[in-house]
Write a protein that binds this ligand. Structure first.
Ligand code: SF4
Length: 504
């Protein structure tokens, strides 16, 4: 029996096995791994958005395989580890030099798949290629790759290089996808080698923790959402008071408060030397009263010039570019809503654009926008950086509209500014200046509850579903109706917030 076969023997029956995703979960928070193994019933259900992310990841993976053609694929289900290991060994015996989803398990019970196990012609060693739909190498990718290298080496495979294959955001699609340009292969040997020695120790600690029947103690903190949103957040955060510092502070500020054992914003001392906007927040919550700075509001309102154009965009940002002259994750606008008010307190007219064909929406979008926005008056948006960037990109793509789009940008006023700087702050905003938080706090008769589409990510996902060709006509009709209602609500919210500011 050769070394590889010996070491891929199944681990002892009672041994704890740990997959790569469980290992990564345990690195983020050991308690999350314990809950996953002992109390999976406490996990939040997998959302549609997450399912779409998985589907997109699988599609990207298959495209990346094209860069290593003629490979053999392990098709055993993900839970059939032993069968997948046996299939991998059988393929190697048949002379395969490229295996997709090759699987191995170390003698200590750590197991994983590798997206591509590849051996160059006449090479002695196998390269490990991990595919990600990101546009660069992230720290947790190095944990992934180190774990894979540990497992395959422990299972007796001679390993050469560890590569991360990710999307290349400098790639611009022109015609059919060119997979060799769409992907970038990064050699990660050095960071992987640096992390390898930690793995046996980490694994031993996690296995010991899994064996205990008592739920481990771990305080909530920034690790609950980094690098991933924890699926047990609802469980761990359920008894955290609404005024806990964790809900209002992040990063160094949060750490500094916790170091001083300050857990509730009511306990933050008067000598707290945070930025002014945090002081405003603390005072508003402690006093249970809104903060309103009339002179700040006045300065903001003086920047407005009628007629007012209240504008909002919806975009898709597919990992793999769908249209020519676009790149991975580029924001492609497909819809806008525009409310126009000619005089203060006057009537409001609504105009909208929604591209309903499965084609590049940008030309139709730009033409309709330029036509609708007139030549004078403030263009009010919520988070100017987003809409102005889209306009610049549209101008670069469509020179015939560049001057008009630049002029729209020059007229833009950011309605987010007075709320982000806390010229106005209401405790019900819960530390957020997003439109979804500000609107119900200041204009309680309006909110997004009851809308089938109530956020930008869902709007984007539903639109992508519509143009995927997998959507029935009645379904499409309903989604387009829901998209119109959602985008209209965003600009109507802007109208109402300006009315609110004028009243103060
Ligand atoms: S919510 Fe936070 S503390 Fe709880 S398991 Fe998840 S990461 Fe750990």
């Amino acid at each position: 029996m050769d070394e590889r076969r010996k070491s891929t023997n199944l681990p002892e029956k009672r041994q704890v096995r740990i997959s790569k995703s469980q290992y990564i979960k345990g690195l983020q928070c050991p308690k999350a791994l314990w809950l996953y193994r002992h109390r999976p019933d406490l996990a939040a259900p997998v959302t549609d958005a997450k399912h779409r992310l998985f589907d997109s990841g699988h599609a990207v993976e298959r495209m990346a395989w094209e860069c290593f053609p003629a490979g053999m694929e392990i098709t055993d289900p993900y839970y059939e580890i032993d069968k997948a290991i046996a299939s991998t060994l059988a393929m190697i015996d048949q002379g395969a030099t490229t295996i997709y989803e090759a699987t191995a398990c170390s003698a200590s019970g750590a197991y994983c798949r590798i997206d591509i196990l590849h051996k160059k012609q006449k090479a002695e060693k196998w390269d490990l290629i991990e595919i990600k739909q990101s546009t660069g190498v992230k720290d947790y990718h190095v944990d992934d790759m180190s774990f894979q290298r540990h497992v395959f080496e422990s299972a007796g495979f001679p390993i050469g290089d560890s590569f991360l294959m990710h999307l290349n955001n400098a790639y611009v699609r022109r015609g059919p996808l060119e997979y060799d340009k769409l992907f970038t292969l990064e050699n990660c040997n050095a960071p992987v080698a640096a992390r390898l020695p930690e793995i046996p120790l980490q694994l031993a600690a996690l296995k010991k923790m899994i064996r205990t029947s008592k739920e481990p103690c771990r305080a909530i903190g920034p690790h609950c959402s980094s690098p991933f949103e924890c699926e047990f957040s609802n469980y761990c955060w359920q008894d955290i008071p609404a005024t806990a510092v964790h809900r209002f502070f992040t990063g160094r500020q949060l750490e500094a408060l916790l170091e001083r054992e300050i857990h509730d914003i009511f306990d933050v001392p008067p000598d707290y030397a945070g930025p002014k906007r945090q002081q405003i927040l603390l005072d508003a919550h402690k006093n249970g009263k809104s903060h309103i700075d009339p002179s700040g509001i006045n300065v903001f309102l003086k920047t407005l010039q009628y007629p007012l154009y209240f504008l909002d965009y919806e975009t898709i940002f597919p990992a793999v570019p769908l249209f020519d002259e676009s790149s991975p994750y580029q924001q492609i606008p497909f819809q806008f809503s525009l409310h126009i008010q000619k005089t203060p307190g006057g009537s409001v007219k609504h105009i909208e654009y929604l591209h309903t064909e499965p084609t590049d929406p940008r030309t139709g979008f730009a033409a309709a926008l330029v036509d609708a926005c007139g030549e004078t008056g403030s263009v009010i948006v919520y988070n100017q950086g987003f809409e102005s960037r889209i306009n610049r990109e549209l101008g670069a793509l469509l020179p015939e509209y560049k001057t008009a789009l630049d002029q729209i940008n020059a007229r833009m006023v950011d309605l987010l500014a007075p709320f982000r700087s806390r010229i106005v702050y209401h405790p019900a905003m819960n530390g957020s200046a997003s439109l979804k938080a500000v609107l119900p706090a200041l204009v309680p008769e309006l909110d997004y509850d009851g809308l089938a589409i109530a956020d930008g990510t869902t709007a984007s996902n539903m639109y992508l579903h519509c143009i995927s060709g997998k959507c029935t006509e009645p379904e499409k009709k309903q989604i387009f109706t829901d998209l119109r209602k959602y985008c209209t609500m965003d600009t109507w919210a802007e109208v109402k917030l300006i009315e609110f500011l004028y009243r103060k």
